[in-house]
Design a protein around this ligand. Structure first.
Ligand SMILES: C[S@@+](CC[C@H](N)C(=O)[O-])C[C@H]1O[C@@H](n2cnc3c(N)ncnc32)[C@H](O)[C@@H]1O
Length: 253
């Protein structure tokens, strides 16, 4: 038995779990996400930080039914929407067709298995999806995104970003979530028990703090990294793939 076999099977189990969970929830996410004011603010912030040129080619990791992809497609040349759930990709393409958008390619593939050519895209975005990946797979995904990006290209990640109480922001987020649920009575108490299980066991949701995301971006080689809190636990982290330094030879004047 070797270590690499164990790592692969852990990733496969998580991928299968995410696919089952999100295939069941695809229609309700498609209907509900646009009405969630918090999520709308994060989507706007991701798009604002991405700020693509009309010639840009972009990729949206964990695109759902198009909450970021559809808007991005109106701003740039092409967008590849990637999601583990074929149901989500079907909804994305239906939504695109309804809006007359034809520059989206949908790929029903897990982020962990996505293959793109090196230096082939200008922008990689992801919104509220990467916290579903195991921590080691978050780093691998960002390392891969770095390779796919052309020099000067950007990675923009919006997500729930908090750890397990390691810093003041974490404690504030956890405290305000607890206070909100406690006020809801027995239904809220039950959710506290359920969510504690989720976050402690890190079964379905595995958020990490903003500073952990900054470290992940740094290790991948991204530069100009900025971490921007948006609302409640949500934040956006942005970084750029550096352009190679010119090796001289330019005229002096
Ligand atoms: C909370 S929804 C967010 C959807 C959309 N990005 C948005 O902003 O509303 C999370 C999405 O991530 C997708 N997802 C979860 N794990 C994934 C994985 N390993 N690979 C690809 N997509 C994944 C789910 O199928 C789901 O569509």
């Amino acid at each position: 038995m070797n270590g690499s076999h164990q790592v692969a099977s852990g990733a496969d189990r998580n991928i299968a779990r995410q696919r089952r969970f999100w295939t069941r929830r695809a229609a309700s996410w498609d209907h509900g996400a646009g009405n969630n004011p918090g999520l709308v603010k994060v989507v706007e912030r991701v798009l604002g930080e991405a700020n693509p040129s009309t010639e840009a080619s972009a990729v949206d990791l964990g695109c759902g039914s198009g909450q970021v992809t559809l808007a991005l497609a109106k701003l740039c040349r092409t967008v590849i929407g990637v999601d583990v759930s074929a149901e989500m990709i079907a909804l994305l393409l239906e939504n695109a067709a309804r809006e007359g958008i034809s520059n989206i390619e949908g790929r029903a593939v897990p982020i962990e298995r996505l293959k793109l050519l090196d230096n082939s895209v200008d922008l990689v975005v992801s919104n509220y999806a990467l916290h579903h990946l195991r921590d080691r797979d978050k780093q691998v995904a960002v390392n891969e995104a770095f390779k796919w990006l052309r020099p000067g290209g950007k990675l923009v990640v919006g997500d729930m970003m908090f750890g397990r109480g390691g810093d003041a922001r974490d404690r504030e987020i956890i405290g305000s979530k607890l206070a909100l649920l406690l006020r809801k009575g027995p239904g809220g108490w039950w959710r506290i028990i359920k969510n504690s299980g989720r976050y402690v066991i890190r079964f379905q949701e595995r958020p990490v703090s903003m500073s952990a995301w900054v470290a992940i971006f740094n290790r991948a080689g991204l530069t100009d990294i900025e971490a921007l809190p948006v609302v409640n636990e949500a934040a956006v982290v942005r970084g750029t793939k550096p352009k190679p330094l010119s090796t001289g030879g330019g005229a002096m004047n």
